[in-house]
Design a protein around this ligand. Sequence first.
Ligand SMILES: [Zn+2]
Length: 130
Amino acid sequence: MSNRTYICVDCRTTKRAEAAGGLKTNLRCSSCGGPLWELSHRWRIPKKADRKSWEELAKTVAQSRPARDAFVLARAKSKLAEIDRQIEAFSSRKPSEQREKILKDLAHERSQVLRQYLDSGIQLDTNPQA
Ligand SMILES: [Zn+2]
């Protein structure tokens, strides 16, 4: 995975870390200990003393939040739908050891996706088990 810049607009701190794709991370601001915002684009990071630019950036972050949340939710739903489609396809096959293994793997993958998104506070109105 590629690296991204994470920022705290309150403290004007930055951190480089592996991309999380908008999901919640354990990364914390080195100054206030608060959560960091993952920059999805190659936004210009203002100099620390440039208060006005940081205020602009804070506004952009606040404006981006609903779209980011909607994007992450849509991606989660499409991932789950794809896993469910595969589960359905394999379920209708003749029983075999391989089928059982694939179904087990898919169920595991599904619960991992669910956990990952629930941990990020994303509400998914789906059944926990297919
Ligand atoms: Zn901070």
